[in-house]
Design a protein around this ligand. Sequence first.
Ligand code: HEM
Length: 570
Amino acid sequence: MEPLQIDSSNASAATELSDTWRSEYFSTSSVVLCLLMVYLFIHRWSQRKLLAPKSWPLLGASIEQFMNYDRLHDWLLEYLEKTDTIRVPMPFGHSYTYTTNPDNVEYILKSNFSNFPKGHIFHENMEELLGDGIFNSDGDAWRQQRKTASFEFASKVLRDFSTVVFREYAHKLAFILVHLSQVQGPVDMQDIFMRLTLDSICKIGFGVDMGTLSPVLPEVPFAKCFDQANYIVTLRFIDPLWKIKRIFNLGQEALLKKSINVIDDFTYGVIRTRREEMNTQESAKSKDAVRPDILSRFIMLSNDPESNLNDKSLRDIVLNFVIAGRDTTAVTLSWFTFLLAKNTHVADRIYEELCAFEQERKQASSCADKSNQHPSSASAPSNGSLRSSSSDLADTCSSHPDLATIQACISAFSALLSYDSISCLPYLHASICETLRLYPAVPEDPKGILSDDVLPSGVALKKGCMITYSPYCMGRMKALWGDDSKSFNPDRWIKDNSVQSVSPFKFATFQAGPRICIGKDSAFLQMKITTAILCRFFTFTLVEEAPIKYKTMAILAMAHGLKVLVTPRL
Ligand code: HEM
């Protein structure tokens, strides 16, 4: 066989061609690369004076945001301290604007309210968890729920019912702490507060006894899945790929699906039970059928075909009230306890206020008892003659602090706490406000933008993007609270021995305007009753090795809980 002949002139031509092609390819690539570098350089250079996060083409500032996700609020604060409104560019030309300017906040929440609904981005991101509930709806759907819920919250029946429930559960909590204080080792107060508020909102909201607040601290799959779902839907705000992950049921989105199933099973179960109770002839006749809980009112409303309320709407309503009533109050109580553990002088002042309150109340009730027995002798009793059996008990408590007497003291003290009586605890109230200033339960509150707009500070807003006012950053701004804005100082709230009200557009922790938090008074009622008992009977010591930091999600929860040592105090 003839060997294959290679035409050497053809081969060298081919080599030459490929060399030329290669060198052209490399030089073109080098030019493109250089142009890209120049473009990137100019892109970044043109932003050198920008006080907001700098962007990259196509990606916006998402890399920087992702890298700071665990400390998102403080990352924003670093920028917002330089200028009160910033634009954070996101991938594909989208952007989030953040503001801490009270005039802007008033404009968004009140003056031009109709241009800043929750919007479709928020609705879409939150839909699996919140559905079309009050937190996640606009227009008529929101108005209808707001009207019914406002009516409920304004009722004295609900207030009285809530007071009894809050007192009962706070009392139960204190007994559990007495028990746990005898056991060596730290207690996770955030977990306990979550149980407290879950049990109370389920009782007040749906008339259901959950029993999660019990000395054995049982596992609560609903609560675990609820927290997981809350975290994952918040993550969607910075993850441009979440929809793809949802379609293919990948990663966090797969976990979300599982969590939602558990949540739904629980919620539909609550609705079914309540509906059955209301439908049975026997309970319809009993006075229990007209329980003052929120779900019962909505179920009654759903019987009217014009209301358009079905089981799915009731499910959404239930979950929205759980997120509203459970997490917000529990995390505030956790941050409050954390701040007291770090500021023992504040804990001591609250304790003194509560001891004085206890003394006064006992004297007042003793006076009332005496005047009931001897109406003619009501005018001038001497202090010495006013010793009631409960103050005798207090003496016993101090001298013999065994478990049974501590518990008896707690019970006697709890009985003094009512809606009216707790209104005269200014320092305690101020300490809660101060906690909410530094650690607002809803740290960032985003709104959609319906049409192009300009904020009072002059910043332009683009239709379809998002504007967020940041209660977390606002609470820490020197420009709003002075040089000591980052320190915990309840006295800043007090003038002439009473708590000063502050504009809700500056202290925006409960939002403001037409969508202001409906449960604000209820939250204060529960927080004051609970903290009064806690501060009167316990001290809390932080456990060194446990770092306290927040987890970035819709609610400002502590990432690793709040591990403390609890010591009874008499
Ligand atoms: C420390 C406790 C609380 C804080 C800091 C707080 C804060 C807030 C904030 C910032 C909003 C506006 C959220 C948004 O943009 O939609 C809100 C709304 C709301 N809150 Fe609260 N909240 C607290 C407790 C409660 C409680 C205990 C309830 C009821 C049980 C409640 C019921 C509601 C409801 C129903 C809304 C929706 C109002 C609407 O959109 O019209 N909140 N709350």
